[in-house]
Design a protein around this ligand. Structure first.
Ligand SMILES: [Zn+2]
Length: 245
């Protein structure tokens, strides 16, 4: 209870754009359910219980547990069978990560940074807001008529506003600190994605600059979180598949 109260205070102090919404609102749950149905019908996802899918779910649950974020929401991860680098959320705790992204992260800290950012979008209440432009998710499903195009993972980045991205980054850093992960991994991941030519969530330069400002008091010394059992399981499952294909 105490830690949650502290988080709310921290969020209120750091967020001028929206009050934190710890639980999903009814409109969010409804929209997420509709979007989820559409994604399940149109996208190539890993089945629930698949080794990579279940290991990612375990990593996310552990992050939520360590950061004290496991009681107010059920976090559910989904793995998209796509080699592009992408991760996004649709509300009500649903987070999508592409296989390309899972292979791209080099440490548990980086994966935690990615997931914590997505937690941040939820906690900031971004999916509760009703003023989303219509078709907010339409780009996720591709505009083409051909089935191949519809199955493509769309470019979520272009239509997301930078204010929300920065807010998700701010909350993500708080979550990383509370969970005992190295928050500087968020900067490292953003820098590596920028260098890889991945389309930006928003301008990487500004994003990295804003992230740097959140690192007050975080040491520069090497700090790598020891790989947890779920993360090791995820790495093994990813490697096993490369080996067998
Ligand atoms: Zn984002």
């Amino acid at each position: 209870m105490m830690t949650r109260a502290v988080l709310v205070l921290v969020l209120l102090a750091t967020s001028v754009h929206a009050a934190p919404v710890l639980e999903a609102c009814p409109a969010e749950i409804r929209r997420a359910s509709d979007t989820l149905g559409q994604i399940f019908r149109q996208w190539p996802l890993r089945a629930t219980g698949d080794p990579i899918d279940s290991a990612l779910q375990a990593v996310a649950s552990q992050l939520a547990e360590r950061a004290g974020e496991s009681t107010h929401r059920r976090w559910r991860t989904h793995v998209v069978r796509d080699s592009k680098l992408n991760a996004f959320s649709i509300g009500d705790g649903h987070i999508f990560v592409t296989e390309g992204m899972l292979r791209f992260v080099t440490s548990e800290d980086e994966l935690a940074a990615l997931l914590a950012h997505e937690f941040g979008h939820h906690i900031a209440g971004h999916f509760c807001q009703t003023n989303e432009p219509s078709g907010f998710f339409s780009h996720l499903f591709g505009r083409g008529e051909a089935p191949e195009e519809q199955r493509q993972v769309g470019e979520l980045s272009a239509s997301i506003d930078s204010t929300k991205e920065r807010e998700a980054d701010r909350i993500g850093v708080i979550i990383l600190k509370r969970g005992g992960y190295n928050p500087r991994a968020a900067i490292l991941l953003a820098a590596r994605m920028a260098a890889s030519g991945t389309p930006a969530h928003f301008q990487y330069g500004q994003r990295i600059e804003a992230l740097r400002k959140l690192m007050t008091g975080v040491p520069h010394t090497a700090w790598v979180t020891n790989d947890s059992a779920p993360f090791t399981r995820l790495q093994d499952a990813l490697r096993a598949e490369v080996g067998s294909s």
